[in-house]
Design a protein around this ligand. Structure first.
Ligand SMILES: [Zn+2]
Length: 132
């Protein structure tokens, strides 16, 4: 869908709630490029614009663009994100996750949290991980 350049500039100035996302996608010596997602009549559209990286440059967003700018429709899609965070210090045999014994075949007692060995490798009696 095409949008007037003046309307898009107005959105940049106003920001939320019309603008859903305005993120910097590239920052080089001369320009900062943005990707903006905005809402229009319950639908979402994407546009990209650039602003000068320094105050010395006389440039406005969409300066080199025509008066009407094609903005593709986009859809909000939720994604699962995996993050890696530090956990509290785990001490094997004390506060590591206790593995319950299910069935036979264990080489140590269910209530024995002390290390045990198999083929010269030491394992934690609680979580059954190898111990370094
Ligand atoms: Zn452990």
């Amino acid at each position: 869908m095409k949008f007037k350049k003046t309307l898009l500039i107005e959105m940049i100035v106003i920001g939320p709630p019309v603008v859903i996302v305005d993120e910097i996608v590239e920052h080089n010596r001369w320009a900062v490029r943005h990707r903006m997602i905005f809402q229009h009549h319950g639908r979402f559209y994407e546009t990209k614009y650039r602003v000068p990286a320094t105050e010395l440059q006389d440039e406005q967003p969409y300066d080199a663009e025509p008066d009407e700018i094609e903005c593709p429709e986009v859809w909000p899609i939720s994604k699962k994100v995996t993050v890696y965070e530090k956990l509290p210090l785990i001490e094997h045999g004390k506060n590591c996750p206790k593995v319950l014994h299910v069935g036979p075949g264990y080489l140590h007692g269910d209530d024995d949290d002390t290390p045990y060995g198999i083929d010269g490798i030491a394992y934690c009696g609680r979580c059954h991980w190898t111990l370094a």
